[in-house]
Design a protein. Structure first.
Length: 260
């Protein structure tokens, strides 16, 4: 029996129940309606303030030598934030036709007290179902009402390039779009990919993710993404690179990592 959305505490539970557990490995514990043990909440909008953003980054930076490139630490932090923000809502939209409340004012970031990394988000409610939403309108709260302002602020606060941050977002988004298409036998894949492929949205907004990740497929149809811009995570001790997706040779060296 599927859980009651009105009583649901974890959006991941709705997805797992509706999709025969296909996404159980990476959609639970990311979008919650309460603050779980071991975390503390911070309003996402507060990250637009330089002092609040730097305080969040400082918590992670204490785990690494003081000589570590701060831009790389910011990028590692953003990878966790963006994977949490985009993966579950994209699955919910494409598999359940459920749009989650993802605007900056509708969410609190959940900070892991031990690691200092973003662990997920607390939402105001469980969203709503609308089978008429296309991919752009469905992800508008996350992209236009959240990331557009947040990435501008993050770049300004950290000196990390906007394109690097948008590439971090596009890498996760293009992967989960391909993963959902694979699980649904390619249904609506071309329409879904418009969110990372089109040059402008219908209202004229320039799409900052266009062309940042080149997507191909292997012999068995597996997803292969190639970034145009390195995320710099390999510069953080103990993190290592992200493999073949990286455009920089040093960034292709893999190490054990805790980054999602």
């Amino acid at each position: 029996m599927s859980p009651d959305p009105s009583a649901c505490r974890d959006i991941g539970d709705l997805i797992v129940a509706a999709t025969a557990r296909r996404y159980s490995a990476y959609c639970r514990g990311r979008h919650l309606l309460q603050v779980p043990d071991g975390t503390e909440a911070m309003a996402c909008r507060d990250l637009l303030k330089e002092s609040s953003f730097n305080a969040a980054i400082d918590r992670l930076a204490t785990r690494y030598p003081t000589t570590t490139d701060r831009r790389a630490i910011v990028s590692v932090w953003s990878l966790q934030y963006l994977s949490n923000l985009l993966i579950t809502p994209t699955i919910a939209l494409l598999e359940l036709q459920r749009q989650l409340p993802l605007a900056l004012d509708d969410m609190d970031m959940l900070i892991d007290r031990q690691s200092g990394l973003p662990r997920g988000f607390r939402l105001k409610h469980a969203g709503h179902v609308d089978g008429k939403l296309d991919i752009l309108e469905g992800l508008r709260p996350a992209i236009r009402d959240h990331l557009d302002a947040l990435i501008e602020a993050m770049a300004s606060h950290s000196r990390l390039g906007r394109k690097t941050l948008w590439t971090n977002a596009s890498a996760y988004l293009s992967w989960i779009l391909a993963e959902v298409a694979r699980n649904s036998n390619g249904a609506s894949n071309s329409q879904a990919r418009s969110v990372t492929d089109i040059s402008h949205w219908p209202d004229g907004w320039r799409n900052p993710m266009r062309g940042l990740v080149r997507v191909t497929h292997g012999r068995k149809g597996e997803y292969i993404g190639n970034r145009r811009i390195c995320c710099l995570r390999y510069l953080v001790p103990g993190i290592g690179g992200c493999g073949s997706i990286c455009p920089v040779p040093d960034g292709r060296l893999l190490e054990v990592t805790s980054v999602a």
